[in-house]
Design a protein around this ligand. Structure first.
Ligand SMILES: NC(=O)c1ccc[n+]([C@@H]2O[C@H](COP(=O)([O-])OP(=O)(O)OC[C@H]3O[C@@H](n4cnc5c(N)ncnc54)[C@H](OP(=O)(O)O)[C@@H]3O)[C@@H](O)[C@H]2O)c1
Length: 184
């Protein structure tokens, strides 16, 4: 398949973990890739994904900042190609009891990355997809009620990872994946 006809997918938090695995699945399904994370591991991820026979570009940005999100959006547009898939995956976890063990600044940084930056980037990329009449957005939300240290057992269960194209989920994970289509 020529790179002109190949669909284009962007993955945030693509240097490791779930994001990297989703990027691999997208590459195996014939997508060129745009990768975003803060930088550590980005080069290695880019090399490994390129070996799957697709084009890969990467961008280092700290998505906890509005500037990082806006730079990322400019990077996504720089290819001059419409995005077929955007995986809003960059995220961190935080262990420990809410009372006594975790620090407010860490919780705020988590919210900034896992929630605020996800909404911000979605707000930037979705209008382009709607205008193009194509594209899918996948994001994850974090359900960590069973890690709150408050003794409760209430935890959401859902699927994450797996096949980014078909939206199949893994089992027994706390990250729930949502897929939105702009049309059809
Ligand atoms: N693994 C699981 O089974 C699982 C299950 C449920 C929930 N989760 C949650 O899902 C999240 C991700 O899990 P994971 O296993 O994929 O973790 P991971 O391997 O640490 O991947 C996180 C990705 O996000 C990027 N990232 C982190 N901070 C960033 C920032 N400020 N700006 C841009 N990119 C950033 C990381 O790259 P850099 O650090 O280089 O920026 C990395 O690419 C965590 O919150 C975890 O608690 C994981």
């Amino acid at each position: 398949m020529s790179n002109v006809t190949r669909p284009l997918a962007a993955v945030t938090g693509a240097s490791s973990g779930i994001g990297f695995e989703l990027a691999k699945q997208l590459a195996r399904h014939g997508h060129d890739l745009l990768l975003v994370s803060r930088g550590d591991g980005l080069d290695a991820a880019e090399r490994e994904l390129r070996a799957l026979g697709v084009k890969v570009w990467s961008h280092a940005a700290d998505l906890r900042t509005a500037v990082g999100v806006e730079e990322t959006y400019r990077f996504l547009r720089r290819q001059g190609r419409p995005l077929d898939v955007v995986v809003l995956n960059a995220g961190v976890g935080l262990g420990g009891a809410f009372v006594g063990q975790t620090r407010l600044e860490d919780e705020m940084a988590l919210i900034q990355l896992n929630v605020m930056s996800t909404v911000h980037l979605a707000k930037l990329v979705l209008p382009d997809m709607v205008a193009a009449g194509r594209g899918r957005v996948r994001h994850r939300r974090y359900l960590h009620a069973d890690r709150c240290g408050c003794g409760g057992a209430a935890a959401g269960r859902g699927g994450a990872g797996g096949d980014a194209q078909r939206g199949q989920g893994g089992e027994g994970r706390q990250a729930v994946t949502h897929r939105h289509r702009t049309r059809g």
